[in-house]
Ligand binder design. Structure first.
Ligand code: BES
Ligand code: ZN
Length: 643
């Protein structure tokens, strides 16, 4: 009898709880719908045409990696364990991940993270740009998904270097480059920048080599046991996951800054990057706290396809910034600035790329002004605008738009001067219109209120309207903003940066061009790299081989070590058929794989039949040393057939 009463009390109790919960769920759903933008569990996702994933139904929150780095096979082999969360109304949806050229051996799921059971999966057809979707069936209570896989030796996001391609020549090297959509070639995941995840990793390498990642856990000591662990505690987009393995050494630059490189490069790197700590301090002063703990750099071998990559806590940089005189360190300012614009506040999709790069280019120049003074900022901004104008002149109008439509296209095609320089000019225009004080306050508020979030252009415009335009009416109209965001070309009121130093360079340059003075009388002694670049880019591009020879005789331009100056000079040498520079051109193109240099040089060569011949000859020697990203660009220019 007593038992019966007890049982019915329990039943009643359970019924009450279930009932209350049902009411609660209904209520919660309604309030959630109201607060959709605020609730991270119910984040609204923008349409991302570059991902197969379905984060609105199932959301990956954390990725735990366990990799063996196999240099002999040129593959990563191991597991990725994803922690997932279902949207409450999508319990039956399968998990769809992005992959490219991955070999999937097995997929398991788990409800408790301890006991895993195999599940079925399917790899869809491969798209040239997007790769292939990996669809995984999930039991209703699955919270973890473990994928056993290996990468392809041709993974688009990895480069495997032979010892001969390194500075030390003794040990192999590998590094990743995930932006824009290459993370999927080494991790099966929701490869969209609006899906933010934390990550952890255990990496096994041959003994004697060091692995570093864009995370906590990078070793500063000389111990090299081949077993390394990492953790990124902040939610980041997948394109910021990065790894490098090689014979690496560390050198401290300041209390929270340092540099890694091969031992042979560490001295030069530490000298060149000595101002890094100062730059972090300057950026904090301008835009608020640095939220990532340490800021280290990795100076890579010369095949690194970009100038720099803002991998969190560990910027990857090309060795071509090692000019010996710190003149190319605006690249550090740029990648550091991404710790605010890009990594803290991220473009939600690749059509919002200008939110990353335009803001960062603007911030970069502000940091340069703070650390090196206003004249340097103006020089770099002037060079930036000039490069943009030249590029726009030969560009499809649809690519001249900040909010660019990349549907059906590779997001790498959005990598032009437009998001960078036009984006930076837009922000400079706002700074000039509202005044620096108001604009800086606005910027700081923008970063503080969107920390660790991915946002669209529309979200930015709404924020701009509410927090800057509405508060200071009549200065900028919505039509002005729309012109910047949606129209081709540059608005008439776009800022015109100008530099006194450059005006002086032009005066001298004109005297030489008019025959008033000889080349050797141009007073170049005190010229900075920026003045040299202005001088060269401002010359008539059909100068003629004779005038080129005169300049070369006076200033030894063909043998310059500064990569930016050498690049400009070599470009002009091709245009003017200045053959004395051709051996140096070949040397440059076989030693350096930075796409920004390599691509325009091959493009210029390919304009004539003889040039095309020379290009093909050089490329046949250089290609194997290039990163897959650079290879893809040059293959297209030269219509190169592989195999
Ligand atoms: N995030 C970019 C590099 C990038 C963009 C890689 C898109 C892949 C896809 C990086 O911050 C960058 O802009 N690098 C520039 C240097 C900078 C000083 C303008 C580069 O590599 O040229
Ligand atoms: Zn950038």
């Amino acid at each position: 009898m007593k038992m019966k009463i007890k049982n019915s009390v329990i039943i009643l109790w359970v019924a009450l709880i279930i009932g209350a919960n049902l009411i609660n769920i209904g209520y919660a759903q309604k309030t959630k719908q109201k607060n959709m933008r605020k609730s991270s569990a119910m984040q609204i996702f923008a349409e991302d045409v570059h991902s197969y994933s379905n984060p609105q139904a199932i959301r990956v929150r954390h990725v735990d990696l366990d990799w063996n780095v196999l240099f002999d096979k040129k593959i990563l082999q191991g597991t990725a364990t994803l922690s997932i969360e279902h949207a409450s109304n999508e319990r039956n949806a399968p998990l769809i991940l992005d992959t490219r050229d991955l070999k999937i051996a097995k997929v398991e799921t788990s409800g408790d993270g301890k006991k895993y059971t195999p599940t079925t999966f399917n790899i869809g057809t491969t798209d040239k740009i997007l790769g292939a979707p990996l669809t995984i069936q999930l039991p209703i209570n699955a919270k973890f998904v473990r994928i056993y896989y290996s990468t392809s030796p041709n993974a688009s996001g990895l480069q495997w270097l032979e010892p001969s391609q390194t500075a030390g020549k003794k040990t192999p090297y590998m590094f990743s480059q995930a932006q824009a959509i290459h993370a999927r070639s080494f991790i099966p995941l929701q490869d969209s920048p609006q899906v933010r995840i934390t990550y952890s990793a255990r990496v096994h390498t041959p003994k004697g080599l060091l692995a570093v990642m864009s995370a906590e856990g990078n070793s500063q000591t000389s111990a090299r046991d081949g077993d390394y662990s990492f953790r990124m505690p902040h939610a980041i987009p997948s394109y910021l996951i990065a790894i490098a393995v090689g014979d690496l050494q560390f050198r401290s630059l300041g209390k929270r800054t340092g540099v890694y490189s091969e031992p042979l490069m560490i001295e030069k790197s530490a000298f060149e990057l000595a101002d890094t700590e100062k730059m972090v301090e300057a950026t904090e002063k301008l835009f608020g706290a640095y939220r990532w703990g340490r800021y280290d750099l990795l100076v890579l071998p010369p095949s690194f396809p970009f100038g720099g990559m803002e991998n969190p806590m560990l910027t990857f940089a090309t060795p071509t910034i090692l000019a010996g005189d710190k003149s190319l360190v605006s690249l550090v300012a740029h990648e550091l600035a991404h710790s605010w614009s890009g990594n803290l506040v991220t473009n939600a999709t690749w059509r919002d790329f200008w939110l990353n790069e335009g803001f960062t280019t603007y911030l970069e120049r502000r940091i340069i002004e703070e650390v090196y003074g206003k004249p340097r900022r103006e020089m770099e901004a002037t060079l930036g605008r000039r490069v943009l104008e030249k590029e726009i002149a030969g560009m499809d109008v649809r690519d001249q738009i900040l909010h660019v439509d990349l549907n059906g296209r590779d997001p790498d095609e959005g990598f032009t001067g437009v998001p960078y320089e036009k984006g930076a000019l837009f922000l400079r225009h706002l700074e000039e219109t509202f005044g620096r004080e108001k604009f800086d306050k606005f910027l700081r508020g923008y970063f503080d209120s969107h920390t660790f979030q991915s946002i669209t252009t529309e979200t930015f415009i709404d924020y701009l309207q509410k927090n800057l335009i509405d508060k200071n009416p009549k200065l900028v109209s919505r039509a002005d903003v729309n012109e910047w965001i949606d129209n081709a070309g540059l608005p008439k009121n776009a800022p015109q940066p100008s530099s006194d130093a450059f005006a002086k360079v032009e005066a001298q340059s004109n005297s030489w061009l008019n025959g008033k003075i000889a080349a050797q009388d141009i007073k170049t002694n005190a010229w900075t790299t920026q003045e040299w670049l202005h001088f060269l880019t401002n010359l008539p591009q059909d100068l003629g081989a004779e005038k080129m020879a005169e300049l070369d005789g006076a200033f030894n331009l063909t043998t310059r070590g500064n990569s930016e100056i050498a690049f400009q000079w070599l470009l002009m040498s091709i245009k003017n058929n200045y053959s004395a520079a051709f051996p140096r051109l070949e040397e440059f193109l076989t030693a350096i794989g930075r796409r920004k240099f390599v691509k325009p040089l091959f493009e210029e060569l390919a304009r004539t039949p003889e040039g095309t011949e020379r290009a093909k000859e050089i490329y046949s020697k250089a290609r194997s040393g290039y990163h897959p990203i650079t290879q893809a660009s040059v293959d297209e220019i030269l219509k190169w057939k592989t195999q």
